[in-house]
Design a protein around this ligand. Structure first.
Ligand SMILES: [Zn+2]
Length: 159
């Protein structure tokens, strides 16, 4: 119990965003990087999933871009809000404790990101869930997706 109350005598610049002393600038840089990586992840994912599911033209015209942008926003928020809550907790508490930089910064960031992502009954949502909970909670989703055929993907999308 005493280990939980010990403080870490460093600033968020020293242990969080070591490349820049400004919290805001670091947040903006992480947001930009997270957005770029989210585009790289979700663009091929949505295209391959749409092709495998044999989506009709209406899907490509009206639903693909909004779903792609929502997923990109989800992952960008998850990445960028972590460092935001990391710095916010440091400022509220005045210093870091062993329990604040990891879980308690990630929890609200993940919660807000999940609020952005509302639809959860398709393959991409399963993959997004995996990205958030990869280490903590192994899921049957990877094996289902790795061995998926177009028919299996259709079954997976039905729940
Ligand atoms: Zn900071």
């Amino acid at each position: 119990m005493a280990a939980h109350s010990k403080s870490i005598p460093h600033s968020c610049y020293e242990i969080g965003h070591t490349w820049n002393p400004s919290c805001l600038t670091s947040y903006l840089q992480i947001t930009q990087g997270a957005m770029e990586e989210s585009f790289k992840i979700y663009a091929p994912l949505y295209l391959v999933a749409a092709i495998l599911r044999r989506r009709k033209l209406d899907y490509y015209l009206y639903r693909l871009l909004p779903e792609f942008l929502r997923s990109t926003s989800f992952l960008t928020a998850n990445g960028s809000l972590y460092i935001a809550f990391f710095c916010i907790l440091r400022r509220i508490l005045g210093k870091f404790y062993f329990w604040t930089p990891g879980f308690w910064a990630a929890l609200p960031a993940s919660y807000v990101a999940i609020l952005i992502e509302r639809k959860s009954s398709d393959t991409a949502a399963c993959l997004r869930q995996l990205l958030v909970t990869w280490d903590a909670h192994p899921s049957p989703c990877p094996s289902a997706i790795a061995g998926a055929t177009p028919g299996a993907l259709a079954e997976l999308s039905k729940g």
